[in-house]
Write a protein that binds this ligand. Structure first.
Ligand code: GLA
Length: 720
């Protein structure tokens, strides 16, 4: 994923069309195998490593590797185009395969296909991340026909399976209720998960999903495929079970209303589908994705992260220098490492005092902050706290100077009233001039204030009524793809210009949880819902694909602003600790006892955060299946682990058994210690302070002193 590797290509093998050729894409435990037959490319196998035993493959059928329309196909296809002369059929023949080492432990395989008549080419490209068992696949389509070719379907990847039953687990949600897991059995016909939103693409559905073969998905066992499309725009995942009970999986950009007009010699590169296979259930899928993400899928994934204090729920738009300076001092006295100034700091002619005005005018509001951002940076520095700032540069309020000056920059259809969402419009990032404006908004801010260490990049609306003033009439349907590409190019420029600034990916909560954007961001905001109980579910869903190091979890006040629920401060901290912890409240409003607890919790978190950031996640008890939830992070060498347990709901007469730990070294013994109890509190954990054998804790389990609703516990295990 990361561009660092694109310059590192060592040629391994090249071969040209030859009948019966076998092409093997291997990772440590998996194989994806293709075969060339009658000049066409077929998928022979995807699953556990085959080695050389191909003849014994149980799934004896060969499936088209990248099905095209017009060759007798009666099922959903990966590629459907209309050629320049109007012919709607495409027949792809194998031409060559090149294998290159594209980085340490990464082999790239490029299989080139070309149409049997037209000068149209499709390269299927696979990057195999050996140790992490992840395959990254995309397609590159180009032509030199006399005129334009229109692409109607253009999947990133096609995978086929033959099993007795197929179980799809999707992640869906909405604002404040992101990442719900839902499983269903696939029946004959097509199941589509998609987004048509263009921007904020993961708001309702997400392009990350799990597929279990032969039985419903389980955490620790079963053939399971996890896949995620790396794309910030509209996506489509189509799963078709045919009359032979075979499953064809197609994933890519959503072709809906997005047929792409491809000029002669223009390269159309699809986004990548990332996928993994395991017979170790969902837990292993997640660990594969997390390990891959820390190394390749998120920015600086192997570096640490800062605790922070955010003023959004503390002040909303209502702040001035004095209020913020107080919050900065409070952050410092809690030993938090960064202060994050949220929405409301900009706009003068149309001040940003609520969500109705100011977006687009990225000049500091002189009334609220007469001494500029510089004053706040200095206040932060004085207090030994870093400074971060919110921005939503893709957007504009009609009440703004930007809109007055550039009404033509918004996405809208002529002769139709503009459609507002959160009182705002979205800028047309397919337009290079707009891309430059968005880049400048961020770049100017960071250049003028070199003390800014962190940026929260928000996106609070999606594309509706998509029309572009920039694109010609015959390319209007390129808009959504142009937007997503424009956005990625701006991200890249910002990264290059400001390599030292950390970025948080936010989209009205978790509307952008995907691996197209995350290589440019250090972390993401999973939800505007900071209620500890609902967050357990949201973070649980997010953990299927995204590592804890990237999940920003904030401790907020009670009653919670989203659910009005009142939960103990300890629970709120314990939930926030399962990721990158921050706070989103006014410390000045806490009691002395709460302040002391917070300070000690922050100190505890700093001691254990590297285990959470870098450890392997084992989900033990799902909040979706029981009144108790638990999980643990274990370091790769299995010498340290952090366990989290929560009682979500108290039911009289319910006696929950001990919880069986996972991922420990059965040969090792561990010192068991309850932590984050707060100053002067005793532990009721029966194993607290004892040295216990790893195997025993994994087979017999440990009993948890969680008796009352919202009780929670954090346990540290250290190899003895
Ligand atoms: C979005 C974000 C919030 C906050 C507000 C500011 O909703 O998700 O965290 O930044 O915008 O308007």
């Amino acid at each position: 994923m990361k561009s660092f590797f694109s310059s590192f290509l060592v040629l391994l093998t090249v071969s040209f069309a030859c009948a019966g050729e076998i092409i093997r894409i291997d990772t440590k435990d998996n194989s994806l195998v293709f075969k060339v037959q009658d000049q066409k490319l077929y998928q022979l196998w995807f699953g556990a490593k085959t080695g050389d035993k191909l003849a014994a493959l149980p799934h004896g059928t060969a499936f088209p590797a990248y099905a095209t329309f017009g060759t007798g196909e009666v099922n959903e296809v990966a590629l459907r185009v209309t050629h320049a002369d109007g012919n709607t059929s495409t027949e792809l023949l194998f031409e060559s395969v090149i294998k290159e080492e594209s980085g340490p432990g990464i082999v790239q395989t490029r299989i080139s296909l070309k149409d049997s008549f037209y000068p149209l080419r499709v390269d299927l490209v696979f990057k195999a991340y050996f140790a992490e068992n992840i395959i990254e696949q995309w397609a590159e389509i180009s032509h030199s026909e006399d005129g334009r070719v229109t692409l109607y379907n253009f999947a990133s990847a096609q995978l086929s399976f033959k099993a007795t039953s197929y179980w799809l687990t999707q992640l869906h949600g909405d604002w404040g209720n992101e990442m719900n897991l839902k499983e269903s059995r696939l029946t004959e016909g097509i199941k589509i998960i998609d987004s048509k939103l263009g921007a904020r693409a993961t708001m309702y559905a997400t392009p990350s999903f799990l597929l279990s073969l032969d039985a419903p998905g389980a955490e620790t066992q079963g053939e399971t495929i996890g896949a995620s499309l790396a794309w910030p725009g509209s996506f489509q995942v189509a799963l078709e079970v045919n009359r032979m009970q075979e499953l064809r999986l197609l994933a890519g950009i959503n072709p809906f209303a997005s047929q792409y007009v491809l000029d002669k010699n223009e390269l159309f590169k699809t986004p990548a589908l990332l996928y993994t296979y395991t017979n170790g259930g969902r837990g292993q899928v997640s660990r594969n994705f997390h390990r891959w993400a820390r190394k390749y899928g998120i920015r600086d994934g192997e570096k640490s992260r800062m605790t922070l204090l955010n003023n959004w729920e503390a002040t909303y738009f209502d702040f001035n220098e004095e209020k913020l300076a107080r919050i900065i001092r409070d952050a410092a006295s809690l030993d938090l490492e960064l202060f994050l100034l949220d929405d409301g700091w900009f706009g003068n002619k149309y001040p940003r005092n609520n969500d109705q005005a100011g977006l687009g005018d990225w000049q500091v509001n002189k009334k609220k902050l007469p001494n500029g951002i510089g004053f706040l940076v200095k206040e932060s520095q004085k207090n030994n706290v870093r400074f971060g700032i919110w921005i939503e540069p893709e957007m504009v309020n009609p009440q703004s100077e930007l809109y007055e000056n550039h009404p033509e920059w918004v996405i809208a259809q002529p002769h139709r009233p503009p459609i507002l969402f959160r009182n705002q419009l979205i800028l047309d990032l397919a337009n290079p001039e707009v891309q430059q404006f968005v880049f400048n908004a961020v770049d100017d801010l960071l250049r003028a204030n070199p003390g800014i260490a962190y940026v929260k990049w928000d996106c609070n609306r999606f594309i509706q009524n998509g029309g572009s003033n920039y694109l010609p009439a015959d390319k209007q349907s390129n808009l959504q793809i142009g937007y997503a590409r424009g956005l990625l190019s701006v991200y890249e420029k910002v990264n290059k210009a400001h390599p030292g600034v950390q970025l948080m990916l936010c989209s009205g909560g978790g509307g952008r949880m995907e691996y197209g954007s995350l290589p440019y961001f250090h972390e993401y905001w999973p939800s505007d819902n900071t209620d500890a109980i609902q967050r357990i579910f949201i973070q649980w869903g997010g953990s299927m694909f995204f590592p804890a190091i990237a999940s920003c979890n904030h401790v907020s006040t009670v009653p919670n602003h989203q659910t009005r629920r009142v939960t103990p401060l300890k629970l709120r901290f314990d939930v926030a600790m399962m990721g990158k912890m921050g706070m989103d409240l006014q410390p000045g409003q806490m009691s002395a006892e709460e302040f002391a607890f917070s300070k000690s919790a922050i100190a505890t978190y700093k001691e254990i955060r590297e285990v959470i950031f870098r450890g392997d996640l084992y989900r033990l008890e799902s909040p979706c299946e029981s009144n108790r939830a638990s999980l643990m992070y274990v370091t790769e060498d299995k010498t340290r682990a952090i366990f989290f347990g929560f009682l979500l709901h108290r039911k009289v007469g319910e006696f929950l058994p001990g919880v069986k730990l996972q991922g420990l070294d059965p040969e090792k013994s561990y010192l068991v210690k309850e932590i984050n109890m707060g100053p002067g509190k005793n532990s009721y954990l029966s194993t607290h302070g004892k040295v216990v054998n790893g195997s025993l804790m994994m087979t017999s389990g440990i009993s948890l002193p969680l008796n009352n609703e919202y009780d929670s516990i954090v346990i540290e295990l250290t190899a003895h």
